[in-house]
Design a protein around this ligand. Structure first.
Ligand SMILES: [Zn+2]
Length: 353
């Protein structure tokens, strides 16, 4: 917030023409500095012994008309500049250790990415490195080296189809007009909403059916390769597991859920040649997406920390295998900080027993 305000304030200063406006501008910057000090104190107070963990998926090289709110490189760069000037960014594993030891700095924050998109390496990683900030990437191993997640299959089907409407009644998914970009966005949301909680194989099949109906070929290289995961580790980023095929664990038979959890760990350890200690629950909502037996599986598999998508900020009382995450994505730093404070002020985060 404060750096953004300072920039606006200096712009104001540059255009003053007379003594009166210079005086007004001077008092405004004094006021801005005062507000900044108060605001930073409020943020420091709210974040005592608390860890905010950001969750992102992708950073796009340029804007996507289908997803105008997805962060692009320039915005991510701006956001990181602000984060670096305002927060104390820690590697997630270090942050968990310090959370447990009660030695977190004020305004502690960790950055995480889910799923393993190729732009994590090509777009986000160079920007993170420029700012010297660490991040943890949770990889779905089954899509490495040329795979596509079921949701991206649906998205690319609706993005690429030349049809003016898609009739998916034969697979129980209705008829979707596609005349405008808004139509396509609505169709994607509707179809994803309908198939998200289907059993994993049925969900994959439905996504392929939609692709077939669209007459579209999937773009190559959406997800990371095994080599690029190693490259990210060499760059200093932390790698965590996110299952093999991104199932909703709560909808998955126990033996399959166990396999998904331990096999993603095993595969990543084979790729990286080192132990993988962090895990992210797919979709991540406590009770809806995972339940207590999955937390016990994660513990038994040997993970020492795991993250959900319950909102809130972690405290020393948090279950280290169900740490909350959130993304207060906003282009204006002031709004970002406001959302951070609101998130810090939430009561106990949602977990499962
Ligand atoms: Zn995910």
């Amino acid at each position: 917030m404060c750096d953004g305000w300072a920039r606006r304030s200096s712009r104001n200063k540059a255009i003053v023409r007379d003594g009166a406006s210079r005086k007004r501008s001077g008092s405004r910057s004094a006021k801005t500095r005062e507000v900044c000090v108060i605001w930073r104190s409020a943020l420091s107070f709210a974040s005592r012994n608390r860890l905010s963990i950001l969750i992102l998926h992708r950073v796009l090289p340029k804007g996507d008309p289908l997803f105008p709110n997805e962060p692009v490189a320039t915005e991510f760069d701006e956001l990181l500049r602000h984060i670096k000037s305002t927060y104390n960014v820690l590697r997630l594993s270090d942050a968990i250790e310090r959370l447990q030891a009660g030695s977190l700095p004020r305004r502690a924050l960790s950055i995480s990415f889910d799923d393993g998109y190729a732009d994590n390496l090509s777009v986000a990683a160079p920007i993170l490195r420029t700012h010297g900030l660490p991040a943890t990437l949770f990889i779905t191993t089954g899509y490495l080296d040329g795979g596509s997640m079921w949701n991206d299959v649906v998205i690319e089907a609706f993005r690429g189809t030349k049809r003016s409407q898609m009739d998916l009644t034969h697979i129980g998914l209705g008829i979707h007009p596609l005349a405008s970009i808004d139509d396509r966005r609505v169709a994607i949301e509707r179809v994803l909403g309908h198939i998200k909680y289907l059993p994993r194989q049925e969900r994959e099949q439905r996504a392929q059916d939609v692709l077939h109906a669209a007459g579209v070929t999937l773009p190559a290289g959406q997800m990371l390769s095994r080599d690029s995961v190693r490259e990210l580790l060499d760059f200093g980023f932390e790698i965590g597991a996110h299952t093999v095929s991104h199932p909703i664990l709560a909808k998955t038979p126990a033996n399959e859920a166990w396999h998904e959890i331990v096999e993603s760990k095993r595969q990543l350890e084979e790729i990286l040649g080192r132990t993988v200690q962090l895990f992210a629950y797919p979709n991540g909502k406590p009770q809806e997406d995972y339940v207590g037996e999955h937390v016990r599986m994660v513990r038994e598999a040997g993970f020492r920390g795991a993250v959900s998508t319950a909102s809130g900020a972690a405290s020393p009382a948090s279950d280290v295998l169900q740490l909350p995450r959130f993304m207060p994505w906003h282009r204006r730093p002031f709004k970002f900080d406001l959302l951070m404070v609101r998130n810090l002020q939430q009561g106990c985060e949602r977990t499962v027993a």
